[in-house]
Design a protein around this ligand. Structure first.
Ligand code: HEM
Length: 343
């Protein structure tokens, strides 16, 4: 069952006509169950309505299934960077924690320097920047591509997994390259505990898969040494229902994903990920091949290293269309208090 345990609303302060400053505020109401979510949302909406000068300009419900599956049916939100000093342990197979300054303002990052942040310290320190993007997902078109290029539902599941880098259960291809392993997929101790060092030709997990492009981990390639400078904390949520693989005709309904990411250099990091790793393939020697899930393309290409040759698939479309987004300042709790006490 698809539940919507949360909602997001955007408000804008109108101010007076002569006001030079209109501040956009994004607020998310999150809850574990629908009832308390609706109650909290009603309270917030009432407060906003009663407060002259604030207008709600956009509001959207979103939610997650228990397995946190996106509208393509893939478990999502598994992999996130381990942050130095967070007290959260990393995975033995993969990487050491990333310096806090890559995600939290006011602390040294991987390059040993503190990234610029809003002043004074009371406002900027301990805050961060939030990346926000709304995507419309074209799942039927994705299913159609899979159907046209495979001979059975099982083959279809394999090709879809090779494009994402994980099976729908969440099991990563480096650990389970030819068949799904739901036990690994749902086990948080196992489903992110891998590296690419035993897959140097991409025969398990293609270089071009979404997951491997977005985080090449320890893949050996001199162009990739800046991996640790381009990590983001992801907290995305889906809206709309999951489309099963047999549906290949678009029903025109709204469905997709709110992509939310946190980075101390939000714009630099996201633009790099989209430009260099999603919409180009120079870094993996595949010309201008695009990310099969988020690449912007018509009649695109997907390369899957195989035995003894590579398989090439043509005709990929843009399966997630970016509808809009923004970069927002994410103030710390101390900063919110500081702002609220300003005269
Ligand atoms: C609607 C659009 C998108 C869909 C359907 C999607 C889907 C997925 C899925 C299924 C995974 C694997 C689960 C996981 O490892 O957590 C994943 C991982 C990831 N995605 Fe996306 N994604 C989307 C957009 C984006 C965008 C815009 C970015 C950033 C530019 C991005 C960056 C990542 C990263 C960094 C990972 C984790 C890779 C890792 O650490 O192994 N995704 N995505």
């Amino acid at each position: 069952m698809y539940v919507a345990p949360a909602s997001i609303g955007f408000c804008v302060s109108q101010g007076t006509p002569s006001s030079l400053l209109a501040i956009h505020v994004a607020a998310a109401v999150l809850s574990n169950d629908e009832e308390s979510w609706k109650k909290k949302l009603a309270e917030l909406t009432k407060e906003v309505q009663e407060n002259k000068g604030i207008e709600t300009i956009f509001s959207q419900d979103f939610g997650a299934t228990e397995e946190v599956k996106n509208v393509f049916g893939f478990r999502d939100g598994i992999s996130n960077p381990e942050i130095e000093g967070s007290g959260i342990d990393g995975y033995p197979q993969y990487d050491k924690p990333i310096k806090a300054g890559e995600f939290v303002l006011g602390y040294p990052g991987e390059a040993g320097t503190v990234k610029p942040y809003p002043q004074p310290d009371a406002l900027g320190k301990n805050g961060s920047f939030l990346i926000f993007r709304k995507y419309q997902s074209q799942v039927a078109e994705f299913n159609q591509f899979i159907k046209e290029n495979t001979n059975s539902p099982e083959e279809g599941e394999l090709l879809a997994a090779k494009m994402v880098g994980r099976w729908k259960s969440g099991a990563p291809l480096p650990l389970s390259p030819e068949e799904d392993n739901p036990d690994i997929g749902e086990d948080p101790e196992k489903n992110n505990d891998f590296s690419f060092k035993n897959d140097e030709y991409g025969k398990k997990c293609p270089f071009s898969s979404h997951m491997r492009r977005m985080n090449p981990r320890d893949a050996r390639n001199s162009v990739l040494q800046d991996i640790r400078l381009h990590r983001i904390i992801r907290k995305s949520v889906s809206f709309g229902d999951i489309v099963p693989p047999e549906i290949t005709k678009n029903d025109g309904k709204e469905r997709g994903q709110f992509f939310m990411g946190i980075s101390a250099d939000a714009m630099g990091t996201l633009e790099f990920l989209l430009k260099q790793w999603a919409n180009d393939a120079n870094f993996i020697s595949l010309g201008d091949e695009k990310d099969p899930m988020i690449g912007v393309q018509e009649d695109g290409l997907f390369t899957k290293p195989s035995d003894p040759m590579v398989d090439r698939y043509h005709g990929l479309q843009t399966y997630n269309i970016m509808k809009g987004g923004d970069y927002c300042f994410l103030p710390s709790l101390t900063a919110l208090k500081w702002i609220s006490e300003l005269k």
